[in-house]
Ligand binder design. Structure first.
Ligand code: FAD
Length: 472
C-alpha cells in the first residue's frame, strides 16, 4: 500500500510511466493534494547522457500549453522551444513555398525537445510534497479484482505489489495496464499499424542555419514525405516517413544517394551524404500505430491516459497534446466530482472517448494532406477561403487546423464544425452555379428576344412595305 501523506493528502495515487503524459499527470495530481508515486520502467533520463525513445522533438500547440499552464510550466517550456509559424514546402526542383498556420492572428506552434520537456516535468513533479518518483520499476501485472498492481524492481530484482485510491496507466502505446483491461468483458479495442514507418535523420548545427527558421519544413512527395523540426542548438531533426517496402528496397549506398538526389535533392547537402548513409543503414525504420479503446477506466480506480488510451499516428502533431489535455481534463472532472474517483473516471470515459477517436482518425487523414494535398490547387484555394472567412468572422469561422491546434474546442466539435463549413461552402458553390446559370439564361434570353424583336420588326416593315406598294 502506498504510504499516505496524512496531513495534506486527498488520497493516494499511482502513475505508471514517467514519460511526457505520466510526468505531467503526477504534477497535476500532486498539485491537487494527492500523495503520488510514479513508477517508470527505464532509468532516470535526467541521469543518462543518452537520448532515447521516439521523435527527438515534438510540436507543442494550444492544448498542451493549456495543461502546462495549469501547473505553471508553460513559460518555462516555451523558453526552451522554437516557434514555428507555418509549413515550408520543398518541391522537387528545390524551390520552397511558405504556408502560414495562422496568417490572421499570427499564432505559432512550438518545436520542443522531448527530453527537455520530460526533464522539466520530472523536475517539477519531484518538487511537490508527497511525490515519489521510482525508476527502473516495470509494471508486470494488474489484478483488477483485488485492485493491486505488481512491479518488478530491476535494481533489486524483486517484485512489489501496491495499491492506491487511483491507479493511472500512462505507460505508452504498448501499455501493460491496457493489456490487462483488454481482457475484461465489454472492453473493445482496435490497433492499426499503417504501412509506413519513420526514420530519424539530422541536419547538424553547422548547416542548420541554411534552413529557413521558424518553420516546419515538409518535402511532400505524393505517397510519402520528409519533415524537419528545429532544435534549440541550431540543428534540425529530419523524419522520413515512407512505406516499409520503400525503406527495404534501398539496400546499397548508391541506391540511397540516388534516391535522395532524385527525390529530396536540396536536403542531401544539408544532411550530408556520409551522415545520411551512416544513419540510414544503422537504424531500422520504426512502425506507426493507432490505438482506440471503448473505455479508459476499469472498476473504481483504474484509468489509462495518453498513448496508453489513444496512441495515434503523428501527422497532426497531437499525440502528446491530446495526452496533456487528458491530464487537464481529468483535473477538471475531479474538480466537478469533488474528487470522487469512481465517478470521475467513469465520466472521463464517457465524455472523452469520442474526442480522442476523432483525433486518431484526423491524424491518419492528415498524412494524405501533408504528403499530397498541401500541393494541390484545391487545398490552396480552400486555405485561402478559410483565412478570408476567419478574418471576417473570427467567432464563427474557425478552419479545421486552427480549431485543432489553436483552440480548446473539443476534437469532436472540430470535425463537426468542419462538416458544417464544408456543407456551407458546398451550398454556396451550388448557389453560385445556379446564379451563374440564371445569369447565362438571362443573357441568352436577352439576346434571343432582341433577335426575335429585330426579326419581328424587319418582318413588320416588309409587310408594311408590301402593303404600301400594293396600295400604290
Ligand atoms: P510515452 O511517451 O510512450 O511514455 C510512456 C512511458 O511509460 C515511457 O517512459 C515508458 O518507459 C513507460 N513504460 C512503458 N511500459 C511500462 C511499464 N510496464 N512499467 C513502467 N513504465 C512503463 N505528439 C505531439 O503532440 N506532437 C508531435 O509533434 C508529435 N510528434 C511525434 C513524432 C513521432 C515520430 C512519434 C512516434 C510520435 C509523435 N507524437 C507527437 C506523439 C507523442 O510522442 C506521444 O503521444 C507521447 O509521447 C505520449 O506520451 P505518453 O507519456 O502517453 O507515452
Amino acid at each position: 500500500t502506498i504510504k499516505e501523506n496524512k496531513e495534506t493528502s486527498k488520497g493516494t495515487a499511482v502513475v505508471i510511466g514517467g514519460g511526457l503524459v505520466g510526468a505531467l499527470c503526477v504534477c497535476i495530481l500532486a498539485s491537487r493534494g494527492y500523495t503520488v508515486t510514479m513508477y517508470e520502467k527505464r532509468s532516470d533520463l535526467r541521469k543518462s547522457a543518452f537520448t532515447r525513445g521516439r521523435s527527438i522533438n515534438l510540436a507543442l500547440s494550444h492544448r498542451g500549453r493549456k495543461a502546462l499552464k495549469l501547473i505553471g510550466l508553460e513559460t518555462k517550456v516555451l523558453e526552451g522551444a522554437i516557434p514555428m509559424k507555418g509549413r515550408l514546402l520543398h518541391c522537387k526542383r528545390g524551390n520552397t513555398a511558405a504556408v502560414l498556420y495562422d496568417p490572421v492572428n499570427k499564432q505559432n506552434i512550438y518545436s520542443v525537445g522531448r527530453n527537455y520537456l520530460n526533464q522539466v516535468l520530472l523536475d517539477a513533479a519531484e518538487k511537490y510534497e508527497g511525490t515519489t518518483l521510482l525508476f527502473s520499476h516495470k509494471l508486470q501485472s494488474v489484478n483488477l479484482m483485488e485492485n493491486t498492481i505488481t512491479l518488478w524492481n530491476e535494481k533489486t530484482n524483486e517484485n512489489i505489489t501496491v495499491t492506491a485510491d487511483l491507479i493511472i496507466g500512462a505507460d505508452g502505446a504498448f501499455s501493460c495496464m491496457r493489456n490487462y483491461m483488454q481482457k475484461q468483458l465489454l472492453f473493445s479495442y482496435s490497433q492499426k499499424y499503417i504501412e509506413h514507418g519513420y526514420l530519424e535523420l539530422s541536419i547538424p548545427r553547422e548547416r542548420g542555419d541554411k534552413m529557413e527558421k521558424n518553420h516546419l519544413h515538409i518535402w511532400p512527395r505524393g505517397t510519402f514525405m520528409m519533415i524537419a523540426l528545429p532544435n534549440q542548438d541550431g540543428s534540425w531533426t529530419v523524419t522520413l516517413f515512407m512505406p516499409f517496402e520503400k525503406f527495404h528496397s534501398l539496400t546499397t549506398q548508391a541506391e540511397l544517394l540516388t534516391f535522395f538526389s532524385d527525390i529530396f535533392p536540396d536536403s542531401l547537402d544539408l544532411i550530408g551524404k556520409k551522415e545520411l548513409v551512416e544513419t540510414y543503414f544503422s537504424n531500422e525504420p520504426s512502425p506507426l500505430l493507432s490505438v482506440k479503446c471503448s473505455q479508459f477506466h476499469m472498476g473504481d480506480k483504474f484509468l489509462i491516459i495518453g498513448d496508453a488510451a489513444h496512441a495515434m499516428v503523428p501527422f497532426y502533431g497531437q499525440g502528446m497534446n491530446a495526452g496533456f489535455e487528458d491530464c487537464a481534463y481529468l483535473n477538471k472532472i475531479l474538480d466537478q466530482t469533488k474528487d470522487n474517483i469512481k465517478d470521475a473516471i467513469e465520466i472521463f470515459t464517457k465524455t472523452r472517448k469520442d474526442d480522442v477517436h476523432v483525433i486518431c482518425d484526423l491524424a491518419l487523414y492528415n498524412y494524405t494532406e501533408m504528403c499530397d494535398l498541401v500541393t494541390t490547387r484545391t487545398f490552396k484555394i480552400r486555405k485561402c477561403i478559410d483565412n478570408i472567412l476567419l478574418k471576417l468572422m473570427p467567432d464563427t469561422w474557425m478552419p479545421l487546423y486552427h480549431s485543432v491546434s489553436f483552440s480548446h474546442m473539443r476534437y469532436r466539435d472540430c470535425i463537426e464544425n468542419r462538416h458544417w463549413q464544408d456543407w456551407i461552402l458546398k451550398n454556396v458553390k451550388f448557389a453560385c452555379f445556379i446564379l451563374l446559370f440564371m445569369i447565362l439564361i438571362a443573357i441568352i434570353w436577352e439576346y434571343l428576344s432582341d433577335a426575335i424583336f429585330e426579326q419581328n420588326i424587319s418582318y413588320e416593315s416588309t409587310v408594311i412595305k408590301q402593303c404600301s406598294l400594293r396600295n400604290q
